[in-house]
Design a protein around this ligand. Structure first.
Ligand SMILES: *[C@@H]1O[C@H](CO)[C@@H](O)[C@H](O)[C@H]1NC(C)=O
Ligand SMILES: *[C@@H]1O[C@H](CO)[C@@H](O)[C@H](O)[C@H]1NC(C)=O
Ligand SMILES: *[C@@H]1O[C@H](CO)[C@@H](O)[C@H](O)[C@H]1NC(C)=O
Ligand SMILES: *[C@@H]1O[C@H](CO)[C@@H](O)[C@H](O)[C@H]1NC(C)=O
Ligand SMILES: *[C@@H]1O[C@H](CO)[C@@H](O)[C@H](O)[C@H]1NC(C)=O
Ligand SMILES: *[C@@H]1O[C@H](CO)[C@@H](O)[C@H](O)[C@H]1NC(C)=O
Length: 561
């Protein structure tokens, strides 16, 4: 306790203190408890009010000033200066004009990547195997930053405090169920209205605590999209500072200035059914001689990297083979990266791959010999990669969503085509409709292929929500919240918040990996204002920190496989 009672002889104080030490300690403890409760309550109220969220953030001076690190999505942009012959990532300069002529509901403009500077670097070229020059350059910084990172399985004091705070807030949240002002603030999400509040329902007899690892056969009917987030000290499943072999540093928030990591410790607990704990070895055994393929945009790539880290537990695996060429993933001359990555685990002959297809439809240059050619964007044709390699895939996970905006279409010189000719249907030309049409087309094509590939399981992953508040990525939009479960912690709705995806899979053999609503209540899990390069003023409220929310998508995927 504080001994500086001024004006009193020090010896007397010491004496008195000795006499009353026990009583004082007890009182001090009481006072501490009250203080902690008060502070927590204040924090919660602040969060609801959304005003002084900056109180959670480290001072600006903590920012590391690093060189701009290219983000993966910048690379296709960078390619614009080169001849691009491949359709999959043919990209021309991104037009930083974000006013869309369309008034879209579920597809507001501008994926994060749009902001990237046009600059060619090699950082992402060799994801996996070898450290790139970029990574080497960042080595010292990474080391510097990771010093403070604890053993991820152990909980350091500060982490514990944060976690205690989270638990406390959850407790408070449960009694204050209806104060969901945040949902209003992010009400551009169509699902807002149907998001569950925190009100605890009386659950039928046994609520699964998810701790069991006994496989169940009764989970076929489980709707994994329903459930709640719970704090779990056995999370995360891998270390964000150690999984360098598979995890791009631009998504590894452990390598950034971020100091709060409560978001890493949440586990999704489906309602009324169990979800096995993810184990890499178990996954590999189930996937013996099989191939898991992610096909989609950068959010699909996040899920792929998450999966690689989950399987390996973030450990370096020099025996894992790069089998990209088997799937046409070779880096063409003058390009920064291939159209995807494929890795094989030798012990079970399991392949995990990602193919970049931001729109999930076929994109084809109209004039191969013209570097500035326009591209036909065949809304009714699945990506060429799928047509070519579907027979080699055992589990397919598709996604699209954030590339359907005018800026991207114009910038990439994509021209909508239907039936092989330029689209003349005005209604279809509206981006929201075009996207919906493509999702339906591709899903239905994949479904039609299922009988030809009896071993194939196909999933469409619903839209990953964005959380820009007060603007877009380029107009000061932010996602500063760092307190988990501020929006809510539970999802009880039956239908997906991604109407288009939910509609597209109906009546098909393609399953919906519905992650929209459960991710929507994780606004604190984005990269936010942090980055390896600290590009001031611009936030990434689209991509997620890893480890983080996409890990849960993979756990659900495994449960549904
Ligand atoms: C889009 O919305 C704005 C106002 O929000 C309106 O003025 C404009 O006409 C709309 N454009 C279209 C194409 O509907
Ligand atoms: C995996 O493939 C090998 C070689 O084709 C075969 O011997 C083995 O039985 C297969 N295992 C499974 C589980 O299919
Ligand atoms: C690995 O699995 C593939 C099927 O995905 C199979 O064709 C191949 O024979 C297997 N190789 C070995 C060495 O088991
Ligand atoms: C294709 O592009 C090349 C190079 O710009 C040009 O010479 C040629 O005329 C174009 N072909 C057609 C059919 O437009
Ligand atoms: C999406 O497309 C499908 C099939 O073309 C159509 O039935 C559905 O009404 C469309 N949904 C929206 C919201 O446009
Ligand atoms: C989030 O933080 C940034 C940077 O500190 C600040 O400019 C912005 O106003 C904050 N946004 C909100 C909604 O508090």
């Amino acid at each position: 306790m504080n001994e500086s009672f001024s004006g009193t002889p020090r010896s007397m104080i010491l004496h008195r203190n000795r006499m009353k030490r026990g009583a004082l300690r007890r009182r001090a403890r009481d006072i501490s408890v009250v203080l902690v409760v008060l502070v927590c309550a204040t924090v919660v109220i602040w969060t609801w009010d959304r005003t002084p969220t900056s109180a959670f953030l480290p001072p600006e001076s903590h920012f590391l000033k690093l060189e701009t690190e290219e983000k993966v999505e910048r690379i296709p942009t960078a390619l614009n200066t080169f001849v691009t012959k491949d359709s999959y990532s043919s990209a021309t300069p991104f037009v930083n004009k974000e006013e869309s002529e369309e008034n879209l509901t579920d597809n507001r403009d501008t994926e994060e990547e749009g902001k990237r500077v046009k600059e060619v670097t090699v950082g992402e070229k060799n994801q996996g195997k070898t450290l790139t020059t970029e990574e080497n350059r960042l080595e010292p910084v990474e080391r510097e930053v990771t010093v403070s990172e604890p053993n991820y399985r152990r909980t350091p004091t500060s982490e514990e405090k944060k976690l205690e705070q989270v638990k406390h807030e959850v407790a408070i949240g449960e009694t204050e169920a209806t104060k969901k002002t945040h949902i209003k603030e992010t009400n551009s999400n169509p699902e807002s209205k149907s998001l569950a509040t925190d009100e605890e329902r009386t659950l039928p007899a046994k609520e699964d605590d998810g701790s069991t690892s006994t496989p169940r056969n009764t989970n076929q009917a489980c709707n994994y999209a329903k459930g709640k987030w719970v704090v779990d000290n056995h999370r995360p499943l891998y270390s964000g500072s150690q999984c360098k072999q598979w995890l791009a540093s631009m998504w590894a928030c452990r390598l950034m200035q971020r100091t709060d990591f409560a978001f890493e410790r949440l586990r999704w607990q489906p309602k009324d059914c169990s979800m096995e704990d993810f184990e890499g070895s178990k996954f590999l055994r189930r996937m013996r001689n099989k191939t898991l393929a992610f096909v989609g945009d950068s959010l699909g790539r996040q899920q792929f990297q998450s999966m690689m880290c989950m399987i390996t537990g973030g450990k370096e695996r020099l025996d894992v083979r790069d089998v990209g060429p088997e799937f046409g993933f070779i880096t063409p001359e003058g390009r920064a990266r291939p159209g995807g990555w494929a890795y094989r685990f030798p012990e079970t002959n399991t392949t995990v791959l990602y193919h970049w297809s931001s729109t999930l439809c076929d994109i084809e240059p109209l004039n191969i010999s013209d570097p500035a050619t326009e591209h036909a964007m065949h809304l009714d044709r699945p990506p060429a990669f799928l047509r070519k390699y579907l027979h080699k895939i055992s589990v397919l996970v598709m996604n699209t969503g954030h590339h359907w905006n005018r800026g991207k279409l114009n910038g990439n010189r994509w021209v909508m085509h239907v039936n092989g000719v330029p689209n003349t249907n005005k209604k279809l030309a509206a981006l929201g409709n075009a996207k919906n049409f493509t999702i339906h087309s591709t899903v239905s094509w994949v479904s039609s292929q299922l009988p030809l590939h009896p071993g194939l399981k196909a999933f469409y992953r619903s839209l990953s929500p964005r959380h820009f508040v007060g603007g877009e990525w380029n107009t000061g939009g932010s996602c500063n919240n760092t307190t988990p479960m501020s929006i809510g912690k539970e999802v009880l709705q039956e239908e997906s918040s991604d109407f288009s995806a939910g509609h597209a899979v109906k009546g098909t053999g393609v399953k919906l990996l519905d992650i929209t609503a459960l991710s929507h209540i994780r606004d604190e899990g984005h990269i936010s204002r942090f980055s390896i390069s600290a590009s001031r003023g611009v936030q990434d409220c689209l991509h997620w920190c890893l480890p983080g929310v996409p890990d849960t998508w993979n756990e659900i995927l495994l449960a549904m496989m």
